[in-house]
Write a protein of this length. Structure first.
Lengths: 307, 97
């Protein structure tokens, strides 16, 4: 009854439950994996990279399946479930709250991409929204105790290589020779430097995101350990309370608002922003126009020859 | 002799981390200037506050990158490098024996 009052939700209740379960299950699975694989009695400063779950033998070198990979798969799955939950059973006129939320997200993304990239890149909002969502949820996943996949340089490097491929693809729109000529500008002496600046784009994008998330995690871990030591030194003499690290309660959470929530969301936005600006900024307008004009002329010539 | 080598290794790792964090000076100055300019802009044109603020935060986050490179190097030198170097040291000692 209450469901129907909220706007015709009654029909989808089973599907809703399934999708919400699909949203939560992968994350729970990750937590369970983490608990199972964490070695016992790890005290002290626990700063380590992603845990290695298992290795798959492969021709060149073993394929290593790490915590960051598994976590990012899980986050992808639960994001997919979230998107399905928000968008299933859409109606022409928005009736449910989740349809309004979905429409708001789509509108915002289209507006952002349209504002920053222009008309030409109409299909890019899906990519940008996907990168932003995955990055934001990956960074936020450390709030439930998982290892944030963005705190691993391999994950962000993968995204940065994707962006690099897109940038190269956009540059190739002006023709391959023109792309090669771009390296010798303004004078041929600059070619090595142009190569370096070409490859510094993915490196800087990967390291910016990874460095922010990882440094936040390291600082949080250091402060947590320091507070544990401090409470042991100050309250250790008291019989029962001494064993509980009382000072560790509260303060790390305040820091986590900055390091995990604000910094993570900010970096997601910046990564998406840089993707948009780099892709749309690398488009060779003049060369593309020249190429189109040449193609047009050729087409006219062949048409004339045929006639 | 091995103790001396381990001591030198750990000490130089710490020293290197400290030197790497000099990289924090640049972004500090740069971000300070950016915020100062943003304050000026808001003072001159208070109605553009939200635009100026969002642009400033974006620029600050990008300017932070160079400092983060130093921080990454420092963290790697403290938490990762000693393990690798001690492995190399162990191999060398075993080879000498």
């Amino acid at each position: 009854m209450t469901d129907e009052k909220r706007g015709g939700d009654g029909r989808f209740r089973t599907v809703d439950r399934m999708l919400i379960a699909l949203m939560i299950l992968p994350l729970l699975l990750c937590i369970a994996l983490k608990v199972l694989y964490t070695p016992e009695g790890s005290g002290g400063v626990d700063i380590a990279g992603a845990m290695i779950f298992f290795e798959i033998p492969a021709p060149l070198q073993p394929l290593i399946i790490t915590e960051s990979q598994v976590n990012s798969w899980a986050i992808m799955l639960s994001l997919l479930a979230l998107c399905l939950y928000l968008t299933h059973g859409l109606t022409q006129k928005a009736e449910t709250r989740r349809q309004l939320i979905a429409e708001w997200i789509v509108e915002k993304c289209e507006h952002l991409v349209g504002e920053n990239m222009g008309e030409r890149y109409a299909g890019y909002e899906y990519l940008v929204a996907a990168i932003m969502g995955l990055s934001a949820f990956s960074s936020l996943s450390c709030l439930i105790g998982l290892f944030a996949p963005t705190g691993d340089v391999n994950v962000t490097a993968g995204w940065a290589i994707l962006v690099f491929c897109l940038v190269t693809y956009t540059k190739l729109q002006g023709g391959f020779l023109n792309y090669l000529k771009g390296f010798t500008e303004p004078i041929p002496l600059f070619t090595p430097m142009n190569f370096i600046s070409e490859f510094s784009l993915p490196v800087s994008m990967a390291f910016r995101h990874y460095g922010n998330v990882m440094s936040g995690a390291v600082i949080s871990a250091l402060i947590g350990t320091a507070l544990r030591g401090l409470s042991r030194a100050l309250l250790g003499a008291i019989p029962v309370i001494g064993n509980i690290p009382l000072l560790q309660i509260g303060l790390p959470a305040i820091l986590s608002i900055y390091f995990d929530v604000f910094s993570g969301l900010m970096q997601a936005f910046i990564f998406a922003m840089l993707t948009m600006l780099n892709v749309s900024g690398s488009f060779p307008q003049e060369a593309w126009e020249k190429r189109q004009a040449r193609k047009e002329r050729r087409r006219q010539r062949t048409a004339a020859a045929r006639a | 002799m091995v103790e001396l080598a381990v001591g030198i290794m750990l000490g130089l790792c710490g020293l290197g981390a400290g030197i790497a964090l000099i990289a924090g000076i640049g972004p500090g100055i740069g971000e300070g200037q950016a915020v100062a300019a943003a304050c000026e802009a808001i003072g001159r044109q208070p109605e553009a506050k939200s635009d100026v603020t969002s642009t400033m935060i974006m620029g600050c986050a990008i300017a932070e990158t160079t400092g983060l490179y130093g921080l990454i190097i420092g963290i790697l030198l403290i938490f990762v490098a000693p393990g690798i170097f001690s492995g190399i040291l162990k191999d060398t000692v075993m080879a000498l024996k």
